[in-house]
Design a protein around this ligand. Structure first.
Ligand code: ZN
Length: 288
């Protein structure tokens, strides 16, 4: 019996029937960390999923956690105060971060300012879990996490890491976690990163559903978060997780088999999928 697959970064508030996904995930034993992208989106997701979110500090899997988000593609600086209020009441924060590519709603300097304010608030208390977007900005993201104290006080999870390898090493050395999805696992660089990331710091994710076409318009002033109308099911989500897990199992299995003495017994003897599940439960229960 293999362990259930858990999704540590998905967007249930973009799908038409999020409650159906959660019910099916529970039946399969899968835990979920549902991210949101704006304070308004978090409020909407809270209303949609209120009865299904697991609020216990230490619960048995499967678990649903809901993150309050402030995504660099969608969150307006006007919503910063709402985001700070939400962070004060929510142990799970995501999706937050910075994007210095073409899709950021604000210029890089403003993104650094906003992200610093958010992370200073995260660092006010111990043990929050933060799911982090860092496209084109990994060095600056790590700088902010370090300077604000969030790196030391929170469980920082880089979602779909795509930065340079020296910054990957820096994040690993700093104790960060990494959530790996099917698209990352399918790329050559993603596989190299899966090799470099320690298995006991790795999680699975889907980032599902795929961003619907047209929801990231070129003009930032027209930007709105995706409407909650994507047809997406737990079967779709499971397929994505299974693809990512198969690559992790193959890459990590070969690595451990080649040099068994470099790994503690826990990693050596287990199916990598079991370790990924243990990791997910530990992160979602705040036990790391
Ligand atoms: Zn995302």
């Amino acid at each position: 019996m293999t362990a259930p697959l858990d999704d540590l970064h998905c967007h249930l508030d973009f799908v038409r029937d999020p409650a159906a996904i959660v019910r099916n995930a529970r039946a399969a034993g899968s835990s979920l960390f549902a991210n949101t992208v704006t304070p308004a989106g978090y409020e909407r997701a809270q209303a949609l999923l209120a009865d299904l979110v697991s609020s216990e500090p230490i619960a048995k899997a499967p678990i649903l956690r809901l993150g309050c988000g402030f995504h660099p593609w969608y969150a307006s600086p006007d919503a910063l105060d709402d985001a700070l209020e939400q962070i004060d009441t929510c142990a799970f924060v995501g999706e937050v971060g910075m994007d210095f590519g073409t899709r950021g709603i604000c210029a890089p300097a403003e993104q650094v300012r906003l992200f610093s304010v958010l992370m200073r608030r995260v660092a006010r208390s111990e043990g929050r879990v933060v799911s982090i977007h860092s496209v084109g900005a990994v060095r600056e993201t790590l700088d902010v996490l370090e300077e604000t104290g969030a790196l030391a006080r929170a469980t920082c999870v880089f979602h779909w890491f795509s930065g340079p390898s020296d910054q990957l090493k820096r994040a690993i050395d700093a104790g960060c976690w990494f959530s790996v999805g099917p698209l990352m696992a399918a790329s050559r660089r993603g596989r190299a990163y899966i090799q470099a990331i320690p298995l006991d710091r790795m999680l699975l994710e889907t980032d599902a559903p795929p961003t619907p076409a047209g929801t990231v318009p070129a003009r930032p002033d027209r930007r709105t978060a995706p409407a909650p109308d994507v047809d997406y099911t737990f079967a779709d989500l499971s397929r994505g997780l299974a693809r990512a897990c198969a690559v992790v199992r193959e890459v990590k299995g070969a690595q451990i088999a080649a040099h068994p003495n470099r790994y503690p017994r826990r990693l050596r003897d287990a199916d990598p999928a079991d370790i990924l599940h243990e990791n997910a439960v530990a992160v979602l229960c705040g036990r790391v």
